[in-house]
Ligand binder design. Structure first.
Ligand code: MN
Length: 335
């Protein structure tokens, strides 16, 4: 008799089958997944990212299923030789989606800032499922507020992984609160300075004169997709982390899935054709997994309606799982 669910496509989905909890149940050190299903930050691109959080959860369940059918729930990476097994009682929860107001982005902004701040104040590590890339602004603002409310006076770092800088002061149309201005908005927080901000993966014609000038004078670190191709993902992550972790207490990492070339990541609002490969992307996620100073993550711009093959959402899910490996898996010794 069959006595368990096949989690890849039956039962209630949560991120990697994490226990579904309320914010009030968040405890110190817990990884806390929360969705921000919005696409009101989109200006000239294509919407659809509001369907991202639910799709990422579903995709993550497929990878969960692979461990469940393996003997001893354990799998070996054929290149690294590492044996991994999902932790029996991982300190992780999925609190569902924040309340959003689909016709008032400022209203949503307040809810998300409050929600993220509550997670951080209780000692949790927010892992936000976007949503368009505007999510990084309320995500970072809530992160900063939560750390301050814990009584520390945090100095923060910010790593922006994306094809685009999103550092405009205002969008030609759309104003100051969009998915093209959110990095600028969050940079206005007194708890971060330009020298602790890094952009990784930019490619194509994406920097306008106003952004160029401030990148020049501000001394931020910018490494393009070409630099990743030439130096490799591990080296680029190392150099970026040196900047964002320099004399800081905690780092926020934001990921726009459009950093990956449109051939492998077509399900996103602003497809590029000079982006990094999925393998390079996963190499960066693996390198990032080693840094304990990363205390908040978001992954944005997955737009399921634009990719019926679902490869984009699967890439986002495996990328996030890779980054969170030490929190989700035990490294085990088989021999
Ligand atoms: Mn982008």
């Amino acid at each position: 008799m069959v006595d368990r669910l096949i989690t890849s496509y039956t039962g209630f989905p949560s991120f990697f089958n994490a226990p579904i909890k309320e914010t009030e149940q968040v405890v110190e050190g817990m990884t806390v997944v929360a969705g921000v299903p919005i696409d009101q930050g989109v200006v000239i691109g294509r919407p659809g990212a509001r369907y991202g959080p639910r799709a990422i959860r579903e995709a993550s369940m497929l990878f969960r299923g692979a461990y469940e059918v393996a003997s001893e729930n354990t799998l070996r990476d054929v290149d690294s030789g590492l044996w991994l097994r999902p932790k029996d009682a991982p300190n992780i929860s999925d609190i569902g989606d924040f309340h959003i107001n689909p016709t008032d982005l400022r209203d949503t902004t307040k809810t998300v800032i409050q929600g993220v701040s509550d997670i951080v104040k209780r000692g949790g590590m927010p892992v936000l499922l976007g949503g368009d890339h505007y999510v990084a602004y309320p995500g970072f603002a809530g992160f900063a507020r939560g750390l301050s409310e814990r009584g520390s006076n945090p100095r923060l770092g910010y790593l922006h992984i994306d094809s685009h800088p999103d550092f405009r002061d205002r969008h030609g149309v759309g104003g100051k609160y969009t998915h093209g201005t959110q990095a600028r908005r969050l940079s206005e927080d007194a708890r971060i300075s330009y020298k602790n901000m890094a952009w990784v993966g930019l490619n194509g014609s994406v920097i306008d004169p106003a952004q160029h000038r401030i990148f020049q004078t501000g001394g931020m670190k910018v490494m393009s997709a070409k630099v990743i191709r030439e130096q490799g993902p591990a080296e680029v992550v190392k150099r970026a982390m040196e900047v964002v972790a320099d004399s800081t207490d905690a780092v926020y990492v934001t990921i726009d899935i459009d950093v990956v070339d449109g051939s492998e990541s077509p399900g996103t609002g602003a497809t590029v054709f000079t982006g990094i490969t999925a393998t390079e992307f996963l190499g960066m996620m693996e390198a990032l997994s080693a840094y304990d100073i990363i205390k908040a993550v978001d992954i944005c711009e997955v737009s399921p309606p634009l990719d019926p093959t679902e490869r984009t959402v699967h890439l986002a899910a495996i990328g996030l799982l890779t980054l969170l490996t030490p929190r989700l898996f035990d490294e085990v010794d088989i021999d």
